[in-house]
Write a protein that binds this ligand. Structure first.
Ligand code: NAD
Length: 456
């Protein structure tokens, strides 16, 4: 089946239909309408997968995808236009420009944590740029994967866009094919497998991966507000967010205040009996639930810690001063557990932050502008926010992605269009003049070439 679909997409791309901007726009509009029509069903599917609260489904899945669609539909004409550059004088007379063109067939592999948005958002850019696509959503978010498949089947012919559901086996089959672009969102570990497969065919990739995201709170921060914003960014989606703050580095003088305020914020958000709150999601996979429970063993839990196996519920949990060699501080937590580590002096921070490879996100709460500037310039990370968490993802003009171990490439808004386009350079020479400098014999040219300082 995979081979046939790949062949069908090759043939379809060769018809040149997707080069027509009107054609792309027409399908993006159909997709937009279908998402609007199915929005409640999508939210129901997300709830069925991991009890994702409806507000979070709207705010972080469907409405984000619709905003991307609206932006792409509005701007696709401008984005697709050739960009004139000034001609180099050595080419005179000429017109010179950059023409975006689609790569061809794109493979999009997505994870389970924001299962709708992380599948649809790259797809929008891939189609806006004129590619065909095969989408492989996660096998763990079965209900959402199913509705994505239904939507795509209703809107697109399979030779243009298809969803193939399944797990590692299906992914492996897909990766054995030749793609013109691969867009992967998931763990760093699997990202390496994707990169190796892509290398076989020299296929360009975007890898949206993971990291251990620090969040620094210094003495000058507004603690009450910091606590509220950290609690929101950490516990939305039950902490299963690639850019959630992973651990807190807090100045010892404000640690107690931060902990008290975090507790207050969490109680305000989810009530005293958090398990009954309809605003807090569950852990999406059994495997990950067990891993998270394991991380809590032997830790000093200062808030939460309750879990319910039947429901894969893990309460918002604060852990005090974990050992750096404990599992919780080894890799990405990716769940509702927030460790707090205190520091006394700025010079100590580096021993924590540099212990881990480039994080996907970086947060700091401080009103000290010089401190903000020092940290922002010192560390290499995908993206970050000062005095808030997670929200840098919401601006479509900011490219979203990692660096080093946390990923390759950035997307959202026009950045997604650019990422899925090859930028073709074209020079159109005039024929009414032909400067002889470059032609042999070179005896005269060799004198001139050194005098002409600016050949380009
Ligand atoms: P994962 O890497 O296990 O799986 C992602 C996708 O890859 C799934 O569709 C899965 O079927 C496929 N896959 C898994 N193993 C494979 C293999 N051996 N060969 C080929 N394909 C394979 O990730 P996940 O558990 O679904 O998602 C959680 C991870 O994703 C976290 O680490 C999180 O930080 C990361 N993530 C990153 C971003 C980002 O934008 N950077 C966003 C969301 C999640």
């Amino acid at each position: 089946m995979v081979k046939q679909l790949v062949a069908a997409q090759n043939d379809f791309f060769a018809t040149q239909k997707t080069k027509d901007i009107g054609y792309r726009k027409q399908y993006l509009k159909k997709l937009q309408q279908e998402i609007v029509d199915q929005e409640d069903a999508i939210c129901d599917a997300l709830y069925a997968d991991f009890k994702k609260p409806k507000f979070e489904s709207l705010a972080t899945e469907t409405q984000l995808a619709l905003a991307e669609l609206k932006h792409a539909i509005k701007n696709i004409d401008t984005w697709s236009e050739p960009e004139r550059v000034s001609g180099s004088w050595s080419n005179f007379p000429s017109k010179e420009w950059i023409q975006p063109e689609p790569y061809g067939k794109v493979l999009i592999i997505s994870p389970w944590n924001y299962p709708f948005m992380l599948a649809i958002s790259p797809l929008i850019g891939a189609l806006a740029a004129g590619n065909t696509a095969i989408l492989k959503p996660s096998e763990y978010s079965v209900h959402t994967s199913k509705i994505i498949s239904q939507i795509i089947r209703k809107v697109f012919p399979p030779e243009y866009v298809t969803v193939i559901e399944g797990g590692v086996e299906v992914s492996t089959q897909l990766l054995a094919e030749k793609w013109e672009y691969i867009f992967f969102t998931g763990s760093t570990q699997v990202g390496k497998i994707i990169y190796k497969s892509a290398a076989e065919h020299l296929t360009p990739v975007t890898l949206e991966l993971s990291g251990k995201n620090p969040c620094i709170v210094d003495e000058t921060a507004s603690i009450k507000l910091a606590a509220k914003r950290i609690a929101w960014g950490k516990f939305i989606n039950a902490g299963q967010t690639c850019i959630a703050p992973d651990y807190i580095l807090v100045h010892k003088n404000v640690k107690d205040a931060l902990v008290d305020n975090l507790k207050n914020s969490l109680t305000e958000f989810y009530g005293k009996d958090m398990e009954t709150s309809g605003d807090f999601a569950r852990i999406a996979t059994g495997k990950h639930f067990e891993e998270l429970k394991g991380m809590l063993e032997g830790q000093k839990i200062i808030f939460g810690g309750k879990f319910v196996d039947a429901d894969q519920y893990l309460a918002p949990t604060l852990v005090d001063e974990p050992e750096l060699d404990s599992t919780i501080m080894q890799g990405e937590i990716f769940g509702p557990i927030l460790p707090l580590i205190s520091y006394t002096d700025e010079s100590e921070l580096d021993s924590y932050i540099s212990k881990y490879p480039n994080p996907l996100a970086f947060y700091m709460f401080s009103s000290d502008k010089k401190f903000q500037k020092r940290l922002m310039s010192r560390y290499s990370f995908g993206g970050g926010t000062i005095n808030d968490t997670v929200i840098h993802i919401s601006n479509k003009d900011l490219p979203f992605g990692g660096v080093g171990q946390s990923g390759i490439g950035g997307y959202h808004g026009k950045h997604t269009f650019d990422l899925f386009s090859h930028h073709k350079s074209i020079v159109k020479r005039g024929t009414w003049l032909d400067v002889p400098l470059r032609y042999a014999p070179y005896s005269f040219s060799i004198i001139l070439i050194k005098k002409i300082k600016y050949l380009f």
